[in-house]
Design a protein around this ligand. Structure first.
Ligand code: ADP
Ligand code: MG
Length: 228
């Protein structure tokens, strides 16, 4: 068992290192720990490696140097298949571009992670949870509509519901409000954080927009922790 949700030690990462050509280091993080249930604002200007770090935490990009522990698993010691399972079962990811499936209804989009990963829904009534999320996120009239029938603000709320379904222990949000206006950003933040109040998942919220840090008790600045 681990007492951290995330633990990084001496992580170094550059793209295409297997090509053995000189590649700039994108990440050099000596140390980072995030406790279970913490909500963290991870700040960094554009191009500073925020998405790269999140993709490493989600097990999409492979770590070659250093230690990365996520929800008690050392990612450097497990296979790509095992990392995919960990992500599918225990992690919710909200993208900058929403990545919703256009030919599925809102409800089907929300349920999708649990249909793909049966273990994500163990002990959970998925139908009931989808209904609850739809209602909490103010999408009741849209459950059976297609993504294209929704405004941008509503689409991002569907993306949040899709990340939240199945009660993942870790939610990673990569600049989810960057295409929203101020009003929709505020609504989105309040909805996401009220879900955090209910479930107390670990939340890593990434943005280049320093205004959003007022929503969080703790900010980690990538330029401070990334020693490139
Ligand atoms: P941020 O999310 O903070 O804007 P990124 O993690 O996307 O930053 O990018 C960090 C650096 O890594 C940038 O210099 C970017 O050009 C580079 N980079 C990102 N993705 C790739 C990739 N797939 N291949 C090569 N370089 C990449
Ligand atoms: Mg990015």
């Amino acid at each position: 068992m681990t007492q951290n949700s995330i633990r990084i030690k001496d992580l170094r990462f550059s793209y295409h290192s297997q090509l053995k050509i000189e590649n700039p280091l994108v990440l050099n993080i000596p140390e980072l720990s995030i406790h279970p249930g913490e909500k963290i604002f991870l700040y960094g200007p554009s191009g500073f490696g925020k998405s790269t770090l999140l993709n490493i935490l989600a097990g999409v990009l492979q770590v070659e140097t250093g230690e990365v522990e996520v929800l008690g698993k050392s990612l450097q010691f497990i296979s790509q298949g095992e990392r995919d399972h960990l992500r599918g079962e225990k992690i919710g990811y909200i993208f900058q571009i929403f990545n919703l499936i256009p030919y599925l209804t809102i409800k089907e989009n929300i349920q999708l992670p649990c249909l793909i990963n049966k273990k994500r829904s163990l002990g959970i009534d998925i139908e009931a949870q989808a209904e609850e999320l739809i209602s909490t996120l103010g999408l009741k009239d849209f459950a059976d509509k297609l993504v294209t029938d929704l405004s941008i603000g509503q689409q991002q709320r569907v993306a949040a519901a899709r990340a939240l379904i199945g009660n993942p222990q870790l939610i990673i949000a990569d600049e989810p409000t960057s295409s929203l206006d101020e009003k929709n950003t505020h609504e989105f933040m309040n909805l996401l954080l009220s879900e955090w109040e209910k479930r107390k998942f670990t939340l890593i919220f990434v943005s280049h927009d320093t205004r959003l840090k007022e929503y969080f008790p703790k900010t980690i600045s990538l330029p401070d922790i990334n020693k490139i």
